[in-house]
Design a binder for this molecule. Structure first.
Ligand SMILES: [Mg+2]
Length: 349
């Protein structure tokens, strides 16, 4: 089976009237890029990635995939995904494989694994050898721009939908505001639901130590991205000194970047992002490294490909997702767990 054609489409996301916010940024605009990888026998692998904040971002990524990456994919043996991915890394090395090029490579990687699952007539996770058929799922619902009342309502909705964990944005101007938001949610949803917090890189080491102690006292499940994503010394210090697990990884590119964090003991819970870490091919290596270093692995972001990877990673603990648009929407939940995709490739229904 060889790749005959790669099709690329993109769309802008309309600007929200009231955009969501975390401690670092306002998330509005951007959009998505969809790819189809078509094999010579007519089978189609599909994947979609969200990208950017500016209006022109999706178009920029689409051009990179169409003009630079797709020509290297066409004609290659679809069974040799590793070889295809290595050729794309080599192709983009001159201007930098990290960053936008990795977004392009990752979405193609997802489409190729979707195609391979379909070619074998099985969900892709079955090709990888699963450790489990479900994984606990939590909902990221606590955006910084929500009032405390809105925050509480969102968390109640998540619990009503069946989630056993919620994540709140932290990194407010003061520790007292962070604590007030966490305590308000805890009072509303009771002691049995996990609460995680995420500061999106805005704190100093000293402030992160102070807040991490307080969050630990409140029973928070993990303290995510307190520092700039590349501050490996800072993360090593926090991981050593705080009782609460320090989670990071959503802004790291490629397994080698993760390896450095593992080697330095600078990561308490690893959170690869499907788009930035480099797609399933790279994340499977990161999952193996995490297990070898005894580091639990929680996804950054959800979707059927992220779920499939968690099913096949020895130390996986949580799938991240958001509130579901409808009871039929992804993921299928049972007892707080997302159930394995049922269809071929990454088809989940
Ligand atoms: Mg985060």
């Amino acid at each position: 089976m060889h790749i005959k054609e790669v099709r690329v489409e993109y769309a802008r996301r309309p600007h929200a009237e009231r955009p969501i916010r975390d401690a670092l940024q306002t998330l509005s605009g951007g959009g998505h890029v969809a790819v189809e990888v078509i094999a010579d026998d007519g089978l189609v692998g599909q994947a979609t990635t969200s990208f950017g904040r500016g209006d022109g971002a999706p178009h920029t990524l689409a051009v990179l995939i169409e003009e630079e990456l797709a020509p290297k994919v066409v004609g290659q043996d679809a069974e040799r995904i590793g070889q295809i991915i290595e050729s794309l890394k080599a192709e983009t090395e001159y201007h930098g494989t990290d960053g936008i090029a990795t977004f392009g490579i990752s979405v193609l990687d997802v489409a190729l694994w979707d195609l391979l699952g379909k070619a074998h007539g099985v969900p892709t996770y079955q090709l990888w050898g699963a450790y489990r058929d479900r994984i606990p799922a939590y909902a990221m619902v606590g955006w910084s721009n929500y009032s405390v009342d809105e925050l509480r309502r969102q968390c109640v909705l998540a619990v009503e939908e069946g989630f056993r964990g919620v994540k709140l944005k932290a990194g407010a101007p003061t520790l007292e505001e962070d604590v007030h938001r966490i305590e308000s949610v805890r009072a509303e949803i009771g002691p049995d639901i996990k609460i995680m917090v995420d500061a999106n890189q805005v704190l100093t080491v000293n402030e992160a130590l102070r807040r991490g102690e307080a969050f630990g006292d409140l029973g928070v499940g993990w303290f995510e991205e307190p520092l700039r994503a590349d501050d490996i010394d800072g993360y090593a210090e926090l991981t050593r000194r705080l009782r609460i697990p320090v989670a990071t990884g959503e802004n790291l590119y490629g397994a080698r970047a993760f390896r450095r964090f593992f080697e330095r003991r600078a990561i308490g819970i690893v959170q690869p992002d499907l788009r930035r870490a480099g797609g399933p091919t790279e994340i499977r290596a990161i999952g193996a490294l995490a297990a070898a270093f005894d580091v639990p692995y929680a996804s950054h972001g959800g979707g059927p490909a992220a779920l499939s990877l968690l099913l096949c990673a020895p130390s996986a603990i949580w799938l991240e997702t958001g509130l579901r648009a409808s009871p039929e929407a992804f993921p299928r939940l049972e007892d707080g767990c997302a159930l394995a995709p049922a269809g071929p490739g990454f088809s989940w229904e």
